[in-house]
Design a protein around this ligand. Structure first.
Ligand code: MIG
Length: 801
């Protein structure tokens, strides 16, 4: 064993010595040094898991992040022995392990280095707290950029930064505040056009240094537990994202209404105020699907109770709202009021469900209800109990839950002290190990309960804190942001970052939670949020009485805000299809430009532009009074959404930014399905699906997914997947369609609107049959509109015909 300098708090740094022995078992290999063991497990061609036992014994192999449905595809792999290394190979990767010191080098079969250890594994005794601090350091490759890590409010490229995960109630956070609410120990590296990812599955406080301490080293470590990480190769970053998401789990489809517009505030009460807000949406023809009840709906902030004075008839209220097309989501915090007359408290005490300090006293702390105790969600029995508590809420008609304060947040103390004990599914650990999964498991138990009691309906959950993998059961929002322009940019980068960290179902508090936006900021925020999977206005206007609703800023703004909420509802089939792509393949719904054009270095530091799904490129208007905005477009042709002007990509272009427009582009070649505007999802049956088709001379594929928008029929094949392929040339427009259909739609025909046709045809050929085009089919120069039956397979337009 080699030993370096020592310091008082942490012991000396230790490094592995040479490999003495090795063995193979199933799909893994173990390499033994004098005192330590490295395990290398081949999960897939492109996924290798590394575990390092610095003690010579592995800890329990247990994870709250990984999905148990990850299929291990049959793969070929093997081992070769070289003079200085062992080599484990798959069809795609070669992993070299140095005989001297266990340092890892991963290459492809051409010998291109993908990832390489700097010092590799090393560790220190954590003298003050016990256990070991586990490090791994890698070399930063030439030009390497780093991405990922959840909700960090900073530039997308993390090169030169050090960041950590320790869930924190970061009220009013700013750019570069760290850590925030979520704990996602997963990052990407990108160099020479090669992308890979590293998922460090460790729930202790984790720290990542991307060349900050030493320019040429990227290192990550944890204050306990095991060095246990997954290496995920691309080379495409989106493929890395998909693999990561499959490892940590894909979500179920949300109910379609959850993709509508959500209105929230701290707090809407009493019931008459809630009804008034709902009625205002309908009277003003502003679409909305969801209204939230923040903490004031409860009786003295006791979870699972109603304030009798403000909400005398919750069932009646929810029914009335439902008849107008609204769903109700209510907040539930982890703090349970210490109150001997309160059933939830009694049950928890009786069954020993609450967290305790090291010496057995209850973990008590003040939150909204006053003195509280906190369920130990790391205990499976407690999770069962917690799930069961949602029965009455579900039965009263509540359709979704909002989990807050689950970092966990405690007034004055900040969070739990480290000595608090947790079950950790039978392991019995301190808060040091359980902190980062406290909110994760609270939300898991909440989701399980709501799902159980809401069946056959789909349910909806939004949580503030979580660990890697929470996308399986919850959406998230970016927390307590501020009403200013910098936060509009932060909302955009945080949502992009969350999406590539496995959590696409995300949004920010539109307009800002703290403070008061003016009409312009609110409008620009609404525009951005049309392209966030979760679209919710929220504000902390309890004290000031300030209103943050679409109509709060005067008619000029209301008009534009309405236009964009309408656009959200028009785009629903596209958003939903993009969600299905995420739910089925793990593809992030939001894609930073570097993830869609990783061979173009000009995209590596882009933060303002991103793609939503395969076809739309968005940027937000980022300053007050902004007249135009410069945007980098990746290679290809792009239609400006509002006037069909075509721009060539691989360059920076400038577009005007009047208040009622925003930089929104459609990829040439794409098919963009649209619904008519409705005041809430599924208000009326769709009788004609609009397909906006953008002429392009490169082959482009598009997708339409459809199902009932609720229930689980899609799990039994009751859905439609329709794949479009445009393969046009300057003389011929050609759209092909392939489909799997097993769900009966309410419409029987499409209306196609073809944009940007470079010629004027006289007829359209649908499945070989010619139909003459009339003057009314020509909407404007280059824009044609005509109908086609739902099961068409090919549409052709020919120049001169
Ligand atoms: O200490 O429930 O982030 O969205 O409105 C504040 C009241 C507690 C913090 C959440 C915010 C919510 C608020 N909560």
């Amino acid at each position: 064993m080699q030993v370096e300098t020592s310091s008082s708090k942490y012991g000396a740094k230790h490094y592995p010595d040479n490999i003495r022995e090795w063995k193979k078992e199933g799909n893994y290999f173990c390499f033994y040094t004098t005192e330590t063991i490295l395990e290398v497990r081949v999960i897939a061609d492109k996924i290798i898991r590394f575990r390092y036992a610095a003690d010579g014994t592995f800890q329990r192999d247990f994870s709250y992040a990984t999905s148990d449905t990850l299929e291990e595809a049959p793969i070929t792999f093997g081992i070769r022995e070289w003079e200085e290394t062992f080599e484990i190979f798959t069809d795609v990767l070669r992993v070299f392990i140095a005989r001297d010191n266990l340092r890892i080098t991963i290459t492809d079969h051409e010998g291109k280095v993908i990832n390489q250890d700097e010092m590799g594994y090393h560790w220190q005794h954590y003298l003050l707290k016990g256990g070991k601090i586990q490090y791994c350091s890698k070399l930063v490759q030439e030009g390497e950029c780093f991405y990922g890590l959840g909700d960090k409010p900073t530039d997308l490229n993390l090169r030169g930064k050090r960041l950590e995960n320790y869930g924190t109630d970061a009220y009013g956070y700013q750019k570069d505040t760290d850590p925030l609410y979520r704990n996602i120990p997963f990052y990407y590296g990108l160099h020479h056009g090669i992308g890979y990812g590293i998922f460090f599955d460790n729930t202790f406080r984790t720290i990542f240094d991307f060349g900050k301490e030493r320019e040429d080293a990227c290192s990550f470590w944890a204050r306990g537990g095991e060095m246990n990480y997954y290496f995920i190769y691309g080379p495409d970053l989106l493929e890395v994202a998909e693999s990561y998401t499959r490892i940590t789990g894909t979500p179920e489809l949300p109910p379609l209404w959850a993709l509508g517009y959500h209105q929230c505030r701290w707090s809407y009460y009493p019931d008459t105020r809630v009804k008034e807000v709902a009625a205002t949406f309908r009277n003003r023809n502003i679409p909305c699907d969801v209204i939230y009840l923040d903490i004031d709906y409860m009786d003295g902030f006791r979870c699972f109770t109603w304030n009798k004075e403000w909400f005398p008839d919750p069932v009646g209220l929810i029914k009335e709202l439902a008849s107008q097309g609204f769903k109700v989501v209510v907040i539930i915090d982890p703090g349970i009021k210490v109150d001997p007359d309160y059933a939830v408290y009694q049950e928890g005490i009786k069954n020993n469900y609450f967290c305790k300090r090291a010496d057995g006293a209850l973990m008590e702390g003040d939150v909204w209800p006053g003195k509280c105790v906190f369920p130990d969600y790391t205990n499976p029995e407690v999770r069962e109990w917690w799930s069961s508590l949602f029965k009455s809420l579900a039965e009263s008609g509540v359709r979704g839950v909002w989990n807050d304060m689950n970092e966990p947040a405690v007034f004055e103390m900040g969070t739990f002290p480290e000595d608090v004990r947790h079950d950790y599914d039978g392991e019995e650990v301190s808060h040091r190990k359980a902190h980062n999964i406290y909110g994760h498991l609270m939300s898991k138990a909440t989701a399980a309960g709501m799902k159980k009691y809401l069946l056959p309906n789909r349910s909806f959950l939004i949580t503030r804190s979580c660990y890697a993998g929470a996308q399986r059961w919850s959406s998230v929002w970016t927390g307590d942001n501020v009403s200013n322009w910098e936060h509009l940019w932060l909302a955009s980068v945080q949502c992009q970052r969350l999406a590539v960290s496995g959590i696409s179902f995300t949004g920010s508090d539109i307009g800002g939670f703290i403070g008061e936006p003016d009409g312009e900021l609110y409008t620009r925020w609404i525009q951005l949020a049309v392209f966030h999977p979760l679209m919710r206005t929220h504000s902390a206007s309890n004290e000031t009485g300030f209103n943050q609703e679409p109509w709060s800023f005067g008619p000029e703004y209301e008009k534009v805000v309405t236009k964009f909420i309408n656009l959200r509802y028009q785009l629903l089939p596209y958003l939903y299809s993009t969600f299905w792509q995420y739910a089925s393949k793990g593809t992030p719904m939001l894609r930073p430009l570097a993830f869609v054009a990783q061979h173009d270095v000009a995209t590596y530091n882009c933060t303002h532009e991103f793609m939503f799904g395969d076809s739309l490129l968005i940027s937000h208007v980022s300053e007050p009074g902004m007249k135009e905005k410069s945007i980098y477009l990746p290679a290809g042709n792009w239609y400006y959404y509002f006037n069909d002007q075509v721009y060539n990509g691989a360059q920076t272009i400038t577009v005007p930014t009047p208040l009622d427009e925003m930089p929104l582009f459609v990829k040439a070649g794409a098919v963009l399905p649209q619904y008519p505007v409705m005041q809430y999802t599924q208000q009326i049956p769709v009788t004609e699906m609009l397909l906006h088709v953008y002429y392009g001379d490169q082959e482009v594929k598009s997708l339409l997914y459809e199902d009932a928008g609720d229930h689980y029929g899609y799990r039994n094949g009751q859905y439609n997947v329709i794949r479009f392929k445009q393969a046009s040339s300057p003389q011929q427009f050609r759209l092909k369609k392939k489909f799997y259909v097993n769900y009966e739609t309410t419409y029987q025909q499409y209306r196609l609107i073809v944009h940007g046709l470079p010629f004027q045809p006289t007829a359209v050929i649908i499945d070989g049959k010619k139909v003459a085009l009339l003057p009314e089919n020509l909407l404007a120069d280059g824009i044609l509109s005509f109908t086609a039956v739902r099961n068409f397979e090919e549409i052709i337009l020919v120049a001169g015909e």
